[in-house]
Design a protein. Sequence first.
Length: 269
Amino acid sequence: MTEISSRYARVLYRGQPSYVLVPPAGPAQLLSGAPWAGGRPSGTELAVDTPLLCPVAPSKIIGIGRNYRKHAEELKNEVPEQPLMFFKPPSSLLDPGGTVELPPESERVDYEGELVVVIGQRCRRITASQAGAAIFGYSIACDVTARDLQQKDKQWTRAKGFDTYCPLGPFVVQFSDATSPAQLRLGLKLSVNGKTCQDGSTADMIFDVPTLIESLSSTMTLRPGAVILTGTPQGVGFARQPPVWMKDGDRVVVEVEKIGRLENPIASE
């Protein structure tokens, strides 16, 4: 059974972003650095109510498009033969609880709840069978997307790259058992203003986590702290009838089984 062994977060400590180990109960433990870079408990304890920052500061945010079969079906797209990769800039990262800003350039901004993989060691051209050793842990993201710009531009950089378009967190978690990343079966839900819009499972992934890492590492070097957004299940606003777009005053919640809950309000820029 998949259970959490460790939770890591990032907070402001004496004015500096700092990593902490968050136990099930009791104070958080300040770390000497990023846990995937060898950070260890420093002996300093912090209150558990310390406001949380985005738990990672990656050089790469790699997204995967159309990686759930039911999502491909709802968009009437073919199932891809290989993972469809794209990038989101680090400037798109947003803290848990931070406000997603709707830019004036788009009138059709959509949500995509996703499981996130955090890389724990440098890897290049590794196989799927080796991928488990390269994973540090898992988190949650919302891959915010301007659908009108995605269609207009014919590629995805601008549509997915605005500031605040990658809420991520609140924790990076590790699992205690020996469950293979290829066997992860985690429920994933997204709600808008309390109404469930997405309700799927990572079991519906076309390319499982090890396959994604094998494919990505054959293209580029993955370094500790890099994150992979692994795709979104069915139920995106673009596919609903009528379509449902994010609007000022909305509140979006993404929940991934065993990992937690990411909540962000929406407002016009």
